[in-house]
Design a protein around this ligand. Sequence first.
Ligand code: ZN
Length: 562
Amino acid sequence: MNARMAKPSQPAGWHPGGLVVAASLWLATVANLPLWLAMRDLGLFAQSGGWLFALAFALIIAACLTGMVSLLAWRWTLKPVLALLLLASAVGGYFMLAYHVVIDTSMIVNALQTNTGEVRDLLSLKLAAALLLLGVLPGAVLWRWPVDYGRWQRRSLHNLLQAVAALLLLVLLVLASFSPLASTMRNHKQLRYLVNPLNTVYALGYLAGQPLRQGDTALQPLGLDAQALPATAGRPPLLVLVLGETGRSGNFGINGYARNTTPELARQDVASFHNAWSCGTSTAASVPCMFSGLGRQGFEAHRQHSEGLLDVIQHAGMAVLWVDNQSGCKGTCDRVTTVATGEQAHPQLCPDGQCFDGIMLEGLDRRIADLPAARRERGVVVVLHQMGSHGPAYHLRSPAALKRFSPECTGNDLQGCSSEALLNAYDNSIAYTDHFLASTIAWLSQQQAAYDPAMVYVADHGESLGENNLYLHGMPYLIAPDVQKHVPWITWVSPGFARRTALATPCLRDRADLPVSHDNYFHSVLGLLGIQTRVYQRALDVYAPCMLTPADEVAGLATARG
Ligand SMILES: [Zn+2]
């Protein structure tokens, strides 16, 4: 025992370990209000020993945090680390309370890939209040708290001892509460994503480790053997893939919804699959999966950085253009000509800094004409990435002149709106998508002198609109409600495109109720374009059963002659 350790009162300042424990207890209790409310709603406190379990659970969280932060209890790291944890808890806690979302890897990916428009839509007074009460105020107290760090040798030893003690306490607590802990975590999987701020720390750690797990991150080529069928009628195909955003299949009038949200599509000769399902519940999860060709399960297990659908189309010699009215293509358009329309100045289509999806059709002819001529002669694929029904500010997704349902929820505090007003705002966004899709078909119809046009509209995921008190999307797939996974899939082909592919729209309509999913997207698009490659699987092509292939024709003729 040396003299320095015997004088705890000198100089004025807390032991860093005390600050770590105090902050861990605050985070485990106050900053985890959403977790405790969720456990109360599940009736866990009402069970026998419920409160004891809650206490043990809070101590487990505190011990985890103490163990982790103790190793970082140095002069230059302790306060910044604690401040970040407070901030993460405040932001996470607000979104969990306001929208009943959970914080997992894909939610963090969404947050990291967001843009200013999305952030602007989410800002509210309540968020500011939550940040102030749970982040800034405790952060300020923490920042001013006098701490005596002492010498680094003693600091190392104390940090290590405190981490080990916290770990021992953690093990003891887990053992003591093992039975209720295990059954709670098994029966209510969503709770693990509510533990603040460990959910954020875990997700960030998982993402940071991804390059390591992927090992060789060199880009893997895909479909290098791709070849387009030689043009038959002289006109190349022009396929527009409308990549929808936050589309609920059940809210489309042409899918049987009680409200007429799709009057314009109803007048078009389209086919709509009523039973289509998404790969993920967020843009960041669904979009790369759709374009990967791996299917949901294959995509989840995939560890390599690979080319996707648009690369295969380019390998076949066709031209590809990605037009983005949203927060980017999540890596799927990396080697493709890309245009972002998000913040253009157009008085009607971009009134408040954000643009309605109609902006993507402005000047599209010119953008296509700028693509390489040799490629255009083989075919053109344009992806229109919609803003669609992106929440929570649904009312911003439709222009005033086209609103069909009122009153609308105009805030982004969804729980503060009546369910009727919320539904009105959402349905108006679907009605605008209806208008946009019909406008796209009208635009494509004007291209028939030079191309055989067609359009496929598929949304990336659905949305919760307050059912079971859930809002927005992004729930882990296995526990997500169907409304977040049930998506629209609508197809329109021009007469010329129908001739070149022998695709029969009435046949598609007959098959409207068959289950299809994003797993079919890659193969169906290749099939529509007549691209031949080893990576194409006809069994997954939803259009193939409604096409009379040249081989079928030959067989048909042979039978007729026979
Ligand atoms: Zn999305």
